[in-house]
Write a protein that binds this ligand. Sequence first.
Ligand code: ATP
Length: 366
Amino acid sequence: MASVTFKNVYKRFGDVIAVNNLNIEVADKEFLVLVGPSGCGKTTALRCLAGLEEISDGEILIGDRVVNDVAPKDRDIAMVFQSYALYPHLSVYDNMAFGLKLRKVPKDDIKRRVQAAADTLGIQDLLERKPRQLSGGQRQRVAVGRAIVREPKVFLFDEPLSNLDAKLRVAMRAEISKLHQRLQTTFIYVTHDQIEAMTMATRIAVINKGILQQLDTPQNLYDHPNNLFVAGFIGSPAMNFFPGKLRKDGSKLVVDTGDFVVAIPATHTKPYEGHAGKDIIFGIRPENIHDADFIPPNIDAEKVAIKVDVTELMGNEIFLYLVSGKNTFVSRVDPRSKLRVGQQAQVAFDMDSIHIFDGETEQAIR
Ligand code: ATP
């Protein structure tokens, strides 16, 4: 068990800055997820921690020890790769035992550790098989098992679920969360999938273009994104954005998109007062736009005229793709909604749940 610290870490490949001044403190036993779009530098950050890439600048600590010059095998970490990287000619048992044999761990000890890991992962019956005789999910378990037997201080996962089908991914997500609870060890997990990040992490680091955008709990990222990038990345369907202006209308402060105008409730205007007259981006999540016939009680609702472009009936909810002037956006409405394609109607924006971003800096205004 150990904490992990990235201190002003840079990784450059020629002109490309893959990791740009990364500062993260991962607490002991934490489950930290690094998430971001393809090419944002998350795998590089993990590989730097594993010692598979040398950092260009800064410090990486595992516990209190600076590991910049420590060989990968001496960092007391174990990594599970997207490709699983199993040896095809070795049995499951030997794949799991391989690293321990290299380290000259006594045979009895190896046996005990492999059996215990196999029990934990429910693969006791597969120990004699070769990797080609396993399903994708079983191979994934063996790769995790090989990491567990090392009894490392820190587990690193690099997109370990990407090669599994959607249903198995959901099941393995829950298993990895359970494993974290059982092992009580620090987990650092890389994914491009924000749902994986939201469901498993104690904290999430959102990265874009090598730069850390926000490090926070899943709920805080969802409720209080720092900037437009985080707001658009976390949440599915994504938050709707409308470029517009904030302006005074008598005693009211309103958002004017050019196509519709909505008033900000008087109780919420304080942070925005100084931005009256300025360009902003107005954000609202799909679940905060309601069919006007099914408005939840006690919200500050503002009506907006729309035309329904597409409907997706999900059973427990309906996704409506809506048009208002030049804007297209998504709402997630009550399954009893009768709104259908081509219809002109009104929807209600829950103005207690809005986000406003500076039009220039794209930072959240709070
Ligand atoms: P993905 O989800 O696609 O794996 P990622 O967020 O993990 O993406 P990285 O693999 O860390 O991204 O890559 C970050 C940037 O560094 C990219 O622009 C990539 O092209 C570049 N890069 C990574 N490895 C190397 C390398 N060995 N040589 C040169 N450039 C590299």
